[in-house]
Design a protein around this ligand. Structure first.
Ligand SMILES: Nc1ncnc2c1ncn2[C@@H]1O[C@H](COP(=O)(O)OP(=O)(O)OP(=O)(O)O)[C@@H](O)[C@H]1O
Length: 285
């Protein structure tokens, strides 16, 4: 569980994150949504140790981890997907997974010379794990492909695969659905769901695709202008006129959240439109 207690971060005069409180419950998938510039990414950077908050605390499983650097949080099982270096495009998918587990014996030259038995056993263990991860994510057919040749969606699956190599406990996913076609988006959604249900992963994900949020997340936390506006189930969020106003600048709250389009969402607070009869199935899981 991550408890976010009164976390704030300013850039100059701008309070990008302003006294934020909420909890990412163990074993759940928490969605974090909000218009562009709401402070979501800044909050993620604080949670993952990339930014130090000006105020507030981050508690991970009862321990204050505020300000711990990313690698220490990584070793405690808290991972932001891009925290694991972006895929090495000139290496195969398999090798990209092989290099994730930290502190492998073979990395120390002396071990390679004097403890080769242990190194080989570990290598065998990691290879078996890689095979299992590739199968779990339906990536076995591209195992020997250069990672740079993967599609955007396959690269997102590879990112998830890397979190599996260290058995992450809490994974912060920044827009897993961005720029991914529908078919692969379904694979990514199913992988997140199975990692959550079968392996007990806790997720917190930022996403602009409301369809994906509705299918995966409960609760959904809405941020606007650095603050938590509200949180609840997707149905509650849909019914909340404050949320509509935050996204749409108040221009169309009368038409109901169920009619909001992804386009509106992408526009953030400047996205008011006058199309009162617009509908979008994205909002109807
Ligand atoms: N390093 C920085 N220096 C100055 N201002 C920043 C910095 N990082 C973010 N900001 C500002 O802080 C505010 C929050 O930005 P942030 O990226 O956290 O929002 P967001 O909710 O993730 O938006 P988006 O959905 O567009 O990614 C924005 O006004 C942004 O311009």
């Amino acid at each position: 569980m991550i408890q976010i207690e009164g976390v704030s971060k300013a850039f100059g005069g701008l309070r990008a994150v302003d006294s934020v409180h909420f909890t990412v419950a163990t074993g759940g998938i928490t969605g974090l949504i909000g218009p562009n510039g709401a402070g979501k990414t800044t909050l993620f950077s604080i949670l993952a140790g990339f930014l130090h908050p000006d105020e507030g605390r981050v508690i991970l499983d009862g321990e204050d981890v505020t300000g711990l650097p990313p690698h220490k949080l990584f070793h405690r099982g808290l991972v932001r997907t891009f925290q694991i270096p972006k895929e090495f495009s000139r290496m195969t998918v398999r090798d990209n997974l092989m290099i994730v587990p930290p502190g492998q014996s073979g990395e120390v030259l002396a071990n390679a010379w004097f403890r080769w038995g242990a190194v080989r056993r570990e290598d065998t263990r990691v290879r078996a794990k890689v095979d299992e991860v590739l199968e779990f994510l339906n990536l076995t057919h591209v195992a020997d492909e250069l990672a740079g040749n993967l599609s955007g969606g396959q690269k997102k699956l590879l990112e998830l695969g890397r979190t599996m190599m260290i058995d992450a406990k809490v994974v912060l996913l920044d827009e897993p659905g961005a720029g991914v076609n529908r078919t692969l988006l379904n694979n990514i959604r199913d992988a997140i769901r199975r990692l959550n249900q079968d392996r007990g992963y806790t997720f917190c994900l930022i996403e602009h695709d409301m369809d994906l949020i509705a299918q995966l997340c409960d609760p959904v936390v809405v941020m606007a202008q650095g603050q938590v506006l509200t949180q609840g189930s997707m149905d509650e969020i849909r019914a909340n006129t404050e949320v509509q106003d935050a996204y749409l600048g108040g221009g169309v709250s009368g038409r109901g959240v169920s009619a909001m389009t992804d386009d509106d969402i992408g526009k953030g607070g400047n996205g008011a439109t006058d199309g009162a009869d617009e509908t979008d199935e994205e909002w109807r899981p």
